[in-house]
Design a protein. Structure first.
Length: 75
């Protein structure tokens, strides 16, 4: 079986006066090679948990789409 690590994400919280250090758990999972490390602030709403948002799908529905999937069998 072949496997490829594509994305490894850790969420950390720094308190006032704390310095960032790369988590030791993450270092253990990174094999030799070339890596990009990106640091992005977590969203503040919902205690850092992202909420699913289906607005893009709902906003793309047009009147012409009515009946578009009527031929598909239902389970």
């Amino acid at each position: 079986m072949e496997s490829l690590l594509v994305n490894l994400t850790y969420e950390i919280e720094l308190k006032e006066g704390e310095a960032f250090s790369f988590p030791e758990q993450a270092v253990k999972h990174i094999p030799p090679g070339k890596w990009w490390i990106s640091i992005t602030p977590a969203p503040q709403q919902n205690n850092g948990k992202q909420v699913r948002n289906h607005s893009a799908f709902l906003n793309s529905y047009l009147d012409e789409d009515e009946g578009l999937y009527d031929d598909y069998p239902t389970r």
